[in-house]
Design a protein around this ligand. Structure first.
Ligand code: ATP
Ligand code: MG
Length: 425
């Protein structure tokens, strides 16, 4: 296996060079091409690589552009005014053009003393620079290791990536188990690319799903939040979720979520529809959905009643995925407004409709109603209430079940000798 990577300069493998394709008309991003032009003009090799080449070959519009070069990171950074070196594990250069970002990485190799592993084989830091062919072999999937050279319109393929794109399959470069041990997030990436492009995942990869799911524990929760966004906020969340729940990954990411929850599936579908329709989406809403059952259990469990069940639910999840505070707060507000939506106190209905989480809370309720018929009358009631005029609203309020009246304690009847009990809240 190691020999697979251990190639000396003399033994550098010969890549396939492909000239018949239509990438020139698809990879037209002016900023990415400009980065390559500047690097070439300064004597460096530079290619488009990764997702943009893969997606364009599949006829999908690339999401972003990655450039690989033999220029050291510092040299890249000096050539572009609005650029900076980012990342500790895998440093790269971010080159900014307005709101656009081009990620430039220096060729790396995966077998070197400079690649630091933990005792499970997971890569902790990778600062081993190398040559083009070494850079190809350190990448994850064959389909992600294709280089496009805009200067001569050529695709460079060391790993039979073109063949795998044609056959629509995701296969690791090198030994599957080793590649997953180096980085278990690669399994999540397999799920994502498979959902996005309709590619089949090599069964060899799925054989290690359990092992890799366990290893996710060692991955930083901040990185897993980034992956969470990529998995669920790109328009194919439903397919991703269906795949994840077939493996131990769903449980590894969200230990307190029932993978078969119909609410979660409905929310994933709804998120995709919103993205397709150009509506806004927030990770906070999905966090609210994924952790709803846990929040309810903590709220109702009288035996272990917690001060703030929402806080406890979010805190528990943080050990896996570091949900930024603003999204956690969003989820908490969506949970807390549910009770008010159910109660429908006539005196605060109008105020409630102008609550900043009313819309999200109402959407949440409607999603619940898709799989829980007990929720249907309440969701319908709110739908009608929002579009009703004054007199219709009065009629809707009159339909509400009367809340049981609270009995007032009559202080004057208390025996004068009885000591007053403490106010309960
Ligand atoms: P997309 O941008 O659509 O999410 P991508 O394949 O471009 O897909 P990036 O995260 O942008 O994904 O990474 C760019 C390239 O860097 C990948 O195509 C792959 O070649 C390499 N790469 C990224 N993450 C890894 C990883 N964990 N292990 C090995 N190679 C990786
Ligand atoms: Mg990319």
């Amino acid at each position: 296996m190691l020999n697979f990577f251990r190639r000396t300069k003399k033994q550098a493998p010969k890549p396939n060079r492909i000239n018949e394709h239509s990438l020139r008309t698809q990879l037209t991003d002016a900023n990415a091409l400009n980065v390559i032009k500047v690097l070439n003009a300064n004597g460096f090799q530079a290619y488009l690589v990764g997702g943009c080449v893969r997606d364009a070959l599949c006829g999908v519009k690339p999401k972003d552009f990655d450039v690989a070069t033999d220029a050291p990171l510092e040299a890249v950074s000096k050539l572009f005014r609005r650029s900076r070196i980012v990342g500790r594990r895998f440093p790269i250069v971010h080159v900014r053009f307005g709101r656009d970002l081009i990620e430039v990485s220096t060729f790396r190799q995966s077998i070197s003393d400079k690649v630091v592993h933990d005792d499970r084989g997971m890569i902790l830091r990778d600062n081993a620079f190398g040559e083009l062919h070494e850079d190809a072999f350190r990448r994850d999937f064959t389909t992600n290791a294709l280089y496009y050279d805009p200067s001569n319109d050529e695709i460079i393929d060391f790993v039979d990536g073109i063949k795998d794109i044609k056959q629509k399959r995701l296969r690791f470069i090198g030994n599957t188990r080793t590649r997953l041990a180096e980085d278990p997030v690669r399994l999540l990436r397999a799920m994502r690319f498979s959902a996005k492009l309709g590619f089949a995942i090599d069964p060899e990869i799925l054989r290690y799903a359990k092992e890799s799911a366990n290893s996710l524990e060692a991955v930083s929760p901040a990185r897993l939040f980034d992956e969470f966004i990529k998995l669920f906020l790109n328009g194919y969340a439903e397919v991703v979720w269906r795949q994840l729940r077939e493996t131990p990954l769903a449980n590894a990411l969200f230990p307190c979520c029932d993978p078969n929850s119909p609410l979660v599936l409905a929310a994933m579908r709804n998120t995709d529809e919103r993205i397709l329709g150009g509506a806004s989406v927030t990770p906070g809403f999905l966090v609210a959905v994924l952790l709803w059952d846990d929040f309810c259990a903590r709220s109702h469990d009288q035996a272990t009643l917690e001060d703030d069940p929402a806080f406890a639910t979010l805190k528990h999840q943080q050990s896996r995925i570091a949900v930024p505070r603003r999204f956690g707060t969003f989820a908490r507000e969506v949970w807390l407004i549910q009770e008010r939506l159910h109660k429908r106190n006539p005196r605060s209905l109008v105020r409630l409709t102008s609550h900043k989480r009313f819309r999200a809370g109402y959407d949440f309720l409607c999603l619940q109603a898709e799989s829980d018929e007990l929720m249907v009358p309440i969701a319908d009631w709110w739908s009608e209430f929002q579009s009703a005029d004054e007199s219709q609203r009065r009629a809707l309020i009159a339909q509400l079940p009367k809340a049981p009246r609270k009995r007032r304690r009559n202080r004057s009847r208390r025996k004068p000798t009885e000591s007053a009990p403490e106010e309960s809240s």
